[in-house]
Structures are given as C-alpha cells and as structure tokens.
Design a protein around this ligand. Sequence first.
Ligand code: ADQ
Length: 450
Amino acid sequence: MATSQPGASKQNGDRFWASGKLLYRPNAGGLVTAVAPVVVVAVHVEPAIFDAYYNGCCNGTFWPLFHSMPDRTIFSADNWKAYQAVNLEFAEKTVNALRRLIETEEENAGTPLVWLHDYHLMLAANTIRNSADDLGLKCKLGFFLHIPFPPWDIFRLFPWADEVLQGMLGCDMVGFHIEDYCLNFVDCCQRRLGCRVDRKGLLVEHGGRTVRVRPLPIGIPYERFVELAKAAPPVITNKDQKTVLGVDRLDYTKGLVHRLKSFEVLLEKHPEHREKVVLMQIAVPSRTDVKEYQDLKEEMDQLVGRINGRFTTPNWSPIKYIYGCVSQDELAAFYREAAVALVTPLRDGMNLVAKEFVACQINTPPGVLIVSPFAGAGEMMHEALICNPYEINEAAEVIHRALTMPEDERTLRMNSLRKREKVHDVDYWMRSFLKGMGTLISEDGDDVLP
Ligand code: ADQ
C-alpha cells in the first residue's frame, strides 16, 4: 500500500519514490523468498484517508485493543470509515488482479489463493468473496493475524465488531499464532454473531460455509540467522562485562519501561552486578506520528538518564540505549554475544526477537533467554526463563537467575530451544498455512492436497 507523492524521493521499507515514480524493491527474507514471485499492485490512498486509516484505525484502535489495552484505544467513526474505504480499495484491486490472472492463466492452473495479512485488512476478504462470486471467479481466501486476537470482553468494546468478524469469516481459513487467539476468535463469532461453532475442531459456520480456524505459530529464517551469526564481526569488546540485551520496536506493548525498572531493581538488590553487567537496549523508532509513541520515547529518554545518572561510575554505565535501526549483521552479532536476552512484552502476538536470539546463540557456553508469558513465544519456548514483566521485583530476580545460571543448565535449555526453532522455521510456517488451505505448491509446480 502506498500513496504516490510526485516529486518526493523517500525510502520507506521496500518502496521508493523517485521523480514521482513508484518503484519496488523486494526485501530480503525467508517469507519473501518463499512466496516469490509475487504480483505487486499499488493501492492509491489520499493522504488524509491514509492517516485516518493507518495512524487512526490500525494503530490507534486495533493495535491497542487487540493487545488488550482498551485505555489506550481511540474509537472514532471517521477513522473506521477510512478503514472501510481502504479495505474496499484493496479488495477491488485484488478482484481485478484475480480476474487478470484467471484470464491469462491456463485452464488447469488451479484455483488462485488470496492470502491476506494482519489487522490492516480484516474487512477485505468478505468483499473479495462477494465480488468474486458475482463475477464467477473462483479463489481460495486465507487470512493470518500477526497480533493477538483479544478475548470477547475486550473485543466487544469495538462498536463495529460484527463487521470485523464478518470480514474475517469471508475466508476459508483464518490463522493465528497460538490456540488461545483461535479460541478467542471462535468465542467472539459465537457470542457476537450467533454462529454455530466447534471449539474442539476450531470451526465456525457462517453464511452457509464452514471456516477453519488454525494455530500456526510463525518462525524465522533460522539458517540465515545462523549464517549471519557465524560471519558477523564482534560488537562487544569489553569481555569483563556481561550484556543483557533488549531489541524491540519502540512500542508500549513491548514493556520497555517495566524492563528498565526491573534492571534498576537488579542493580539495587544485587550490587555485585554493578560494573559487571550492561543492559543494551536497541529500540527501533516506530509509528513516530502517533502521540502515544512520542510520549513513550520521552519517558524512555528520561528513565535511561535517571538510571544511568544514579549508577554510572568512571568506568561503567549500566544502560546503553540505541534509538535506531541496526543492520542485520550487527543484530546477529549482538544476539550472539549477549549473555541474556530480555524479551518481556506486556502483550505480543509471537515475538521474533526471542527466536532470532536463539538462532544466533552459536557460541559455547550459550546465553539465557528470558521471555514473557504474554507473548506467543512464551507459550512455545518452554525452556526459556518465564518472567511476568508487570512484577518488577520478581523480574529483577529472574535476570539475576539468568546471569548466575550454571553452564550445563544454560546449554541444556538453549539446545532444546534451538532444535525447535530450526525445525519450525518460517518456511515450515508458510507450508503449514498453504497445506491448511489445500494449496501447497510442490517442487514441480503442482498443487498438492494435504
Ligand atoms: P513486531 O511487533 O514488529 O511484529 P517482532 O516479532 O519482535 O515484533 O519483530 C520485530 C522485528 O524487527 C524482528 O525481526 C527484529 O529483528 C527487528 N528489529 C527490532 N528492533 C530492531 C532494530 N533496532 N534494528 C533492526 N531490526 C530490529 C508483529 C507482531 C509480533 C509477531 C510478528 C510476526 O507484533 O508479535 O511476532 O509480527 O508475526
């Protein structure tokens, strides 16, 4: 999705504007490689509508609400209208692309798959299905939500909840990271729309069809991170100090303020770690147009300043705070050299950082992963130390335990964590989704039924 801005030259992820022309550059990565070749179609949205849609409804409403933070959620009819309009635009562009695809493909090319991603496009499937039916176009529709799906009591706060559910139920299959999110969704369909559901089989009946709901935990391009970790030059030079690492988008769901406070308590309660341990927090700027995010940036700056002011000695500062993006090489080196990774979101769909850290732990003896039970990753990565980020004092004790864990225990835990992520990588995730849709393309290009 992009608005074209003639004359501007702007880099934004994989999109470039140069002299009014919209150019595309594919990102590197397991998912992109796996789904290539993809057809890219631009969707043009007026800047004011885009702002209401993206900053307003997506990031001001769905993001906090789906992370179970209703106090931060803005409910606005205008933003919702913009969300509907943009979803409609996406749906229309998709149907046009489908029509072109079906016209140009051979007769036996199989049924095309439309795979929708994330909370930005929850309404599109229904429109695509209805238009495709009207035009006699056959397609399969799948949806994957990368963030949590909230429990009924939270979801029902959204004034236009019916439409969101109906939009998603336009699909043949809806995927979430973990079973809890699936059950929340099934529950909401039953209670809000009165659908007949099968909670055990994760099925929802709607509009004369049965929609499958599936837990499909996402993975990372594991081998690529291993290779990066092997090749990346060292980043931490002081071998007398241990690094506790945090890597996050600067987002209030990631629990950064709680994390810094826990680290402060650690230094207070366990002074033996002073001058021996550094918290390296890498925070990538995110959604900087939204006020909540500007406020968080300020709070973090102040907190880092206060804690460093309190404990810094001539030879040591307790917190190194990088507000910016680091390269993948550098990131892999930080992951490799950290003694402890702190992945302590207040709520998170999955969290890829936990998985990337584990993949990059190629040195012996390895480090320790600490993960929040409120992240999807905390549900699956059982050998990590589990830490409730809201419990500041307890979290400090968990960090202490990680820093003092014997080598053999660290090795045992890390080996199991690595084994799981190696098998359940991003390709495995994608195959599982396609298999669930009945559209797995084999090496020779044939459709393979599960
Ligand atoms: P995010 O909320 O963005 O993703 P996460 O899963 O942690 O969260 O992914 C962040 C990615 O950004 C990681 O690949 C990480 O390496 C990278 N990154 C973070 N900080 C960086 C920095 N300073 N410099 C460079 N790179 C940085 C959403 C959901 C998650 C879900 C994913 C995938 O919120 O819960 O895991 O989608 O489904």
